[in-house]
Design a protein around this ligand. Structure first.
Ligand SMILES: [Zn+2]
Length: 235
């Protein structure tokens, strides 16, 4: 691969990002420092060891799950444990079972929960509709529809033509490569991704991430230290 040529692209991408970040932070930083100094000097009582209010705020924060009905696509929120429920709109019974596929597999699954495809798991056929998919194995056939996130881990791979997911997460130990264009809403890259990508939401390249190929989208965020060897079409 043409590493030499693309190095220039990295530098260009970074200079722009850094310049943008500097512009944002320089406008904010003086305000916060003066505020802190003023607050500290005007506090007479050395009492704030017990602060029950903050404690309560922390412990009662329930987990929120953004759920989408797999029958009518209505989106709603479940707080606490993700469990079987009914769609508030179409009243369909929604199953929240978690699945773990650890061998060659073909069948039908419908869940608002998570489907784990382990290292030895291979989806060869059938139909999966899942809230989220965690992928350490492979998806080769059938049809997999992910309402939320498709999260690729080490060893995870899939054929884009049989997968339809809203968001793609490439974890830091994952390495994905595609010949054909891939489309998602948000793409979060902490590992390696080699592809021509189209994103309607945000493309995020983490400090550990490396993206090679082409980016076509609306928003691109590149963290400090990230690698980007790509043709950019971000508008
Ligand atoms: Zn529904």
């Amino acid at each position: 691969m043409a590493k030499r040529r693309s190095k220039n692209d990295i530098v260009d991408g970074f200079t722009t990002m850094k310049a943008a970040q500097r512009a944002v932070t320089s406008g904010k930083s003086p305000k916060t420092t003066t505020q802190k100094a003023g607050e500290a000097s005007s506090k007479p009582k050395p009492e704030p060891a017990r602060s029950p209010k903050t404690r309560i705020d922390h412990t009662t924060q329930p987990t929120r799950h953004n759920v989408e009905c797999y029958e009518c696509r209505y989106g709603f929120v479940i707080t606490g444990l993700l469990k079987d429920t009914f769609c508030p709109k179409c009243k369909s019974a929604l199953v929240a079972t978690e699945y773990s596929l650890d061998k060659r597999w073909a069948g039908n699954i419908k869940t608002i929960g998570t489907v784990h495809i382990t290292e030895k798991g291979v989806v060869g056929g059938g139909k999966i509709v899942a809230g989220n998919v965690i992928l350490a194995g492979s998806i080769e056939g059938g049809k997999t529809q992910v309402i939320g996130r498709l999260e690729a881990r080490a060893g995870g791979r899939f054929k884009p033509e049989v997968v339809d997911a809203r968001d793609l997460i490439v974890r830091d130990d994952a390495s994905l490569s595609f010949e054909t264009e891939i489309r998602f809403r948000n793409i979060d890259v902490a590992g390696k991704l080699s592809a021509s990508i189209v994103a309607s939401g945000i493309v995020m390249i983490r400090s550990t991430g490396h993206l090679l190929g082409k980016v076509c989208g609306k928003h691109l965020v590149v963290e400090n230290g990230a690698g980007l060897n790509a043709t950019l079409d971000v508008a």
